[in-house]
Design a protein around this ligand. Structure first.
Ligand code: SAM
Length: 434
């Protein structure tokens, strides 16, 4: 049989090999985004899709492997099998499915890249044939088990969300929808929807979330590559979860504001604020390498001006600060990212319980520092993409206790992940007097 080509002309067997290597990197502690960023453009989409699928179906694929292989295979074979078995577990919400014989054939070919002994080929062939029979739709309900999270993570969810913890994991095990943010500087949402209609791309407006308006959000039920989106490279639109889109409107930016985006890369929320108002903006970021991403986004969205400054610096310190108080501060703090697992399924494999403790400490340091830099009557929006209260409500309560001049305003609080949004936490504070 010939090599099965994927949509981008990369043989599926090669995509399986590269994905298995990517899974190996994640298992040794490396972020999948970092691994994917190093791939060629023609490799990335299919490798991302196979690797995401492998991580989302991890619980079931490992179970099947244990069922059919008495002795654990070498790691590189196990990783390849994880990618391949996950392909049998895809359901209609997962996008492209492959015929069983194609999965078996291409996975066996994928072994050839490193196996000269035939051991792996024989094993992969035998196991996948058994898995193929065991996962026939009539035998097996699709995706019956939520995705992998470590025991401490599961315990945290159970403790804090006794009724919803399973549905949180089910939601996060599904493929995240494509959600766009229309650049109001270029198009109204309705105008952009017309462009999508003309391009044959279906869309629907997401009007609000948790009672807060979302003026720019569009859901694309059948995702397309960004290159197919009208005007994408001219800055007409960005890919941004609807939960993340609440930040800019909660801060109510206007053109006379001096705003600090304290933790800004890759600049999604910075850009949204600038799309809503020609404010003076200082986008701060501690990771020098990620500053290029902020600049790239501002360039693509045509949001550069002398009022916008991107700066390398640590928001928990003041060494970078010129002393000018800010009208508004967006503090989108570093966090566990436990709310965005649907878009980053490697996170549960990488995070340690001790990370949450360290992050909580860092969040407090940044909150405390940022408050000193805010004008009286100014607004500070604290955001995390976490579902752990340690990084959300507990922090807001702690902060309000520490600062008697902090008045809590109406904000969504904890948003749990749903089909149209990731999990975020929002608290809004106004500085009373001095
Ligand atoms: C949640 S991400 C921000 C996402 C961004 N606001 C957006 O919407 O595109 C947090 C960012 O904070 C940065 N960061 C972490 N610690 C920081 C610190 N002490 N000072 C400034 N930036 C920090 C991280 O490198 C990361 O880029």
């Amino acid at each position: 049989m010939e090599d099965q080509k994927t949509a981008l002309n990369l043989p599926l067997s090669e995509a399986i090999t590269i994905s298995a290597q990517a899974i190996g990197e994640v298992m040794s502690g490396r972020s999948l985004t970092e691994v994917l960023d190093q791939l060629d453009a023609h490799e990335r989409p299919i490798v991302q899709s196979l690797s995401f699928n492998a991580l989302r179906k991890w619980v079931r694929s490992q179970e099947l492997m244990r069922q059919f292989i008495p002795k654990a295979p070498p790691p590189e074979v196990a990783h390849l099998l994880s990618v391949a078995i996950a392909l049998f577990l895809q359901d209609s919400t997962d996008g492209k499915g492959y015929a069983s014989h194609t999965i078996v054939d291409q996975s066996v070919r994928a072994c050839g890249k490193y196996d000269k002994t035939m051991y792996a080929k024989g094993l992969v062939n035998a196991v996948l044939r058994k898995v193929s029979l065991a996962t026939q739709p009539s035998e097996y309900p699709p995706d019956p088990i939520p995705m992998f999270v470590p025991p401490w993570w599961r315990a945290n969810l159970k403790n804090n969300y006794s009724k919803q913890w399973q549905s949180i994991l089910f939601t996060q095990a599904r493929r995240a929808p494509l959600i766009l943010r229309v650049n109001q500087k270029q198009y109204s949402r309705e105008q952009y929807q017309s462009l999508l209609d003309e391009a044959g791309i279906a869309s629907s407006a997401i009007e609000s979330l948790a009672g807060f308006a979302l003026p720019d959000a569009l859901l694309i039920p059948n995702p397309v590559p960004v290159s197919d989106l009208p005007g994408f490279y001219g800055g007409a639109v960005s890919v941004q979860d609807s939960g993340a889109q609440l930040a800019a409107s909660l801060l109510t930016p206007n053109s006379s504001d001096l705003i600090l985006d304290a933790c800004s890369a890759p600049g999604g929320k910075t850009a949204h604020l600038l799309e809503l108002a020609d404010c003076q903006m200082l986008a701060l970021e501690i990771d020098e390498e990620r500053i290029g991403k902020i600049n790239g986004n501002l360039d693509r969205l045509r949001l550069r001006s002398e009022k916008v400054k991107v700066l390398h610096g640590d928001a928990s310190k003041s060494s970078w600060w010129d002393g000018a108080l800010f009208d508004k501060i967006l503090l989108d703090a570093p966090c566990s990212a436990s709310g965005i697992v649907a878009r980053h399924p490697d996170i549960p494999f990488l995070r340690r319980q001790s990370d949450v403790v360290a992050l909580q400490k860092k969040q407090r340091e940044i909150l405390t520092q940022a408050w000193q830099m805010l004008k009286p009557e100014g607004l500070l929006l604290y955001v995390t993409c976490s579902v752990f209260p340690e990084e959300g409500e507990n922090q807001a309560v702690w902060f309000a206790q520490q600062h008697t001049n902090a008045l809590r305003l109406d904000a969504p609080g904890q948003l749990l992940p749903t089909e149209v949004n990731d999990g975020f936490y929002y608290a809004l504070f106004k500085k009373n007097g001095r």
